[in-house]
Design a protein around this ligand. Structure first.
Ligand code: B12
Length: 450
């Protein structure tokens, strides 16, 4: 069969004012532009799990109606879904099926809404794809009737046996970053999280030599690749993390990852990360003060515990020459309209090299979603296209939706202004010079601002 793997590319947002601001404020769009050119790791892994004898092609569609015409010449098209793009994906799937092409759909969204997806795809897959995928291919080859496949009915996906993603299917010139995974899941389980936890509840690390193997595969398609680890929380296990960094160092790559704030407590690890090419970590701070964070995770309560030390911890990390992209969620149940000023003050005080502000988003399948449905606080139920992290689609507890929206604009305009961005960035480079000069191997350094 000719099998087409279709990734939806680009970023999504609907709020017209935000789009307008995004055009003029580099901070809103800068990271979006960078990440928007990432290929789909999930599809490249599925391609690697495809039984021999098929002709495999990788495609991207920026939106509905932008799907390449070659897709219509495939026997089977595989579409990976996130909530924000799922209606576009359904439209494309409907057109493909009308043209006689079989369609298989999987990914985060359809894993929690399989019955909805069954109206648009021949084969819908719930959960991680690697073990179940060969059975889907066989079903399509035998032109079997539509059905829902559940990963839970197949052998568990083992981190030890993950194949090398088929980076070789990519036209490498299109991408400035490539994703590799070192782990799946996160032990803390925030109630709003709609990431890998939608597929499997367990936190699992990969054998380090297989991570190195995958990076070498990326380097074969693009020598100077920037790597983005598509992890939920890379540095949970500090001893394993130090070992990982030691293994990455000789590869001479530059990389970015997502992790929790506890890396700040391990100066040896921070040094190892820096040496291994870590350029930035993205940390979900969510809110500046402890009182706003209680109970946000279902296990650990680590954000509330760390919040008292957030400033110090962030300065320590940045003092080691690793920039932090600090993420804040606006509209938590504890947030009043004062939160916007508080986030601005916090970001400028640390100061954070990069800041990401998003609005609380109830992705289907999350505990947050169930709570808001029960409390009748979803404004437009079923509008998955508003699950962009930027569009307000719920009734905040201590402010109105309009106040939340206005606050987002207000904060974005200030935080990402040329002046504020310059202040935040300059401080990092000053602090970094000092850290590099004064940091003895493995020791914590005097951080910027102390
Ligand atoms: C890389 C990434 C992107 C890339 C995606 C590149 C691409 N084309 O796929 C880009 C930058 C384009 C992107 C965009 C967006 N993203 Co994003 N992104 C991520 C990130 C960091 C990693 C995803 C990843 O690679 N996972 C690893 C792979 C292996 O897992 P996977 O894709 O789920 O695939 C597995 C299974 O789902 C399954 N599978 C998937 N498809 C199929 C199909 C079949 C047939 C089968 C059998 C199995 C199967 O098998 C795979 C292997 O097990 C996650 C956060 C995170 N830490 O996970 C957010 C995340 C996925 N993104 C998110 C969001 C909200 C967005 C945006 C809406 C943001 C915005 N406002 O624009 C847009 C969506 C627009 C779009 N184009 O789809 C949310 C999605 C939540 C949800 N449930 O929908 C996440 C979880 C982040 C978050 N904060 O919550 N993103």
């Amino acid at each position: 069969m000719k099998i087409g793997f279709l990734a939806m590319s680009g970023v999504r947002a609907h709020d017209p004012k935000l789009l307008e601001l995004g055009l003029t404020l580099p901070g809103f769009v800068q990271r979006s532009k960078v990440v928007a050119s990432l290929p789909s790791l999930g599809l490249l892994l599925l391609a690697a799990c495809t039984p021999e004898g098929h002709d495999l092609r990788y495609f991207e569609a920026e939106s509905d109606h932008k799907e390449p015409s070659e897709l219509y010449r495939c026997d089977l098209v595989v579409i990976s879904t996130f909530s924000a793009q799922v209606f576009e994906a359904y439209n494309i799937a409907d057109r493909l099926r009308a043209a006689g092409v079989k369609v298989a759909m999987g990914g985060l969204h359809v894993s929690v809404c399989p019955d909805e997806a069954a109206d648009h795809a021949d084969y819908v897959v719930v959960g991680e794809g690697e073990s179940v995928w060969p059975a889907v291919v066989a079903a399509a080859e035998a032109r079997q009737r539509p059905r829902i496949f559940r990963a839970a009915d197949f052998p568990p996906v083992l981190m030890e046996t993950l194949p090398i993603p088929r980076y070789d299917l990519l036209d490498a010139r299109t991408y400035n970053r490539f994703t590799v995974q070192t782990s799946r899941g996160c032990p803390w389980r925030c109630d709003f999280c709609a990431s890998t936890v939608m597929l499997s509840q367990r936190y699992r690390k990969r054998p380090i030599d297989t991570v190195v193997r995958d990076i070498r595969a990326v380097q074969r398609v693009q020598k100077q690749a920037f790597i983005e680890f598509a992890d939920d929380n890379t540095f949970v296990d500090k001893a394993w993390s130090r070992e990982l960094c030691r293994a990455l160092t000789p590869l001479r790559i530059k990389w970015f990852t997502e992790t929790d704030i506890s890396v700040a407590q391990d100066g040896i690890l921070l040094d190892a990360m820096r040496r291994a090419g870590c350029r930035q970590i993205l940390v979900g701070l969510e809110s500046p003060a402890s009182a706003e964070l209680g109970g946000i995770e279902m296990r650990g309560n680590i954000k509330a515990l760390w919040a008292e030390k957030y400033r110090q911890a962030l300065r320590t990390i940045q003092g080691h020459g690793i920039t932090v992209n600090g993420c804040f969620i606006l509209g938590l149940d504890t947030h009043t309209p004062e939160i916007f000023q508080q986030v601005l003050d916090f970001a400028m005080d640390v100061p954070l090299f990069e800041v990401q502000i998003t609005v609380l988003t109830a992705f289907p399948g999350t505990p947050l979603y169930h709570r808001l449905v029960q409390q009748r606080r979803i404004l437009q139920p079923g509008r998955w296209d508003l699950c962009t992290l930027f569009d307000v689609n719920f009734q905040p507890r201590l402010m109105s939706p309009a106040q939340l929206r206005e606050g987002l604009y207000w904060l974005g305009e200030r935080l990402y202004s040329a002046e504020c961005t310059e202040i935040r960035r300059r401080a990092f480079f000053r602090g970094r010079r000092r850290a590099v000069i004064s940091a003895p191997e493995g020791q914590r350094v005097m951080a910027y601002g102390n």
